[in-house]
Design a protein around this ligand. Sequence first.
Ligand code: COA
Length: 535
Amino acid sequence: MYRIKSKIKTDSPEFKKNQEEFMKVLNEYKERLAKVKKGGSERAVAKHKKRGKLLARERIDLLVDANTPFMELSALAANDQFDGQFPSAGIITGIGVIQGKETLIIANDATVKGGTYIKETIKKHVRAQEVAMENSLPCVYMVDSGGVFLPEQANVFPDKYDFGRFFFNQARMSAAGLPQIAIVMGSCTAGGAYVPAMSDETIIVKEQGTIFIGGPPLVKAATGEEVSAEELGGADVHTSISGVADHYAEDDKHAIQICRNIFETLELKEKQNLDISEPEEPFYDPKELYGIAPTDLKKPVDSREIIARMVDGSKFQEFKARYAPTIVTGFAKIMGFPVGIIANNGVLFSETSLKAAHFIELCSARNIPILFLQNITGFIVGKEYEHKGIAKDGAKFVHAVANANVPKFTVVFGGSFGAGNYAMAGRAYEPRFLFMWPNAKISVMGGEQAANVLITVKQDQLKAKGKEMSQEDIDKLRNSILTKYEHEGSAYYSTSRLWDDGIIDPTDTRKIIAMGIATSLNKKYPETKHGIFRM
Ligand code: COA
């Protein structure tokens, strides 16, 4: 493979200005992350520790193999919602390695409103289970939760992907041979009691863990019976009388050790074969991404410059380099893993779509994972392009993406607008993981375009009635749409609502995609079968 020749001048004022702007964006991201990683209020954290319990992230640190990373998902979920009272939506999810096995870990953070579930907590829990199913991973549930956050019950209880889905997923995963292990480290009330009860093996911590369908207040109200939590469903009860749990742990550390011991007994599964080579650092420093990543989305960025700072040796086997230049396609290695890359380099035309669809077929035929690098305003519009059939060519691209069964990974490094989001493996196209850079923006179209569309619609309505829109009304409508789109299009708005798997520092992209590919090897890549392409 040839090395990409960068045209970036790192001493140019343009580069330095972008870098300066990007550092502001990055610092804001880091501040937000540091804040949520503290968990709940100081009072709640102190109370939790006083009980001799470890914090959720400390528990995960001890559970995973020493010196291995934990790939946390959606750390900024629920950010800027609920007056900031649900940092990380009160639940930590991600992938860690236990006894050499990539494992999906879900840990309630009891310092956040007693580990109770709002809509975002539910979405995060269900999404984590989906990751486990898509990649055939065992699951560990570190349970410490008061169940549903009762004021929000209508948003969390009854729908298909609400609370009940946890247990459905556990049953299906258990049946599919994906081990389900629960460690009860605190409360497991009402529906929550099914997490340990539905697990293949369950550990419970002495004097901390409780499991019951109805807690003591409910029992008293329902039957008049007065009983303590420990007597009703503590570790002693469940390991010696009810059989709801299997292992009795002295404390959090002991419980975690038991879980690690269980992992020694799990079956070793056959993995997907991939031609993995010795990892190599990129020739161009990934830190230069700060000077290149678009802080102003109007500024065009040659996506080869992004690729050069992400792939091994900055080497790239470009495919159809001279054809349809608004999309860049080609093969590379990321930390030794082979990957096909599709990166936007401008608006999508008919030939762009055909080139991308062709490249997806190549990756599928060769069993090579695909990385989509999104910076897309959308498909080209206008009479000439409609007549040439942009809709049917765009459809071929969307068909190819939807049916490609090799793992797909999506990183939004700039804008993600309109149907371009779909063709480039947006959330609805089931990429194994989708990450945003902190500068990224996502919405159905840009704010200015949306404002212009709405102003035109309004003007046409008034014209039909023989009236006109005043300049003041035009400005008012434009400003309100721009403000709304600016707010709703931000990466924080997206990640807060779990439209992605998290915001990442551009320099971590390599490492995170490599972990994603390593994770995907736990499930054999299914064969790809394409549907009918409209010719
Ligand atoms: N819904 C809404 N808020 C809840 C809640 C619930 N189910 N359970 C706890 N909270 C809130 C508390 O009001 C408190 O809020 P605050 O910090 O604003 O004061 C916070 O979570 C912590 O609760 P607290 O009781 O002080 O903490 P704790 O660690 O001593 O106990 C629980 C935690 C979860 C064991 C205990 O609160 C409890 O039993 N909750 C009820 C559980 C239940 O019956 N759930 C049924 C849901 S289906």
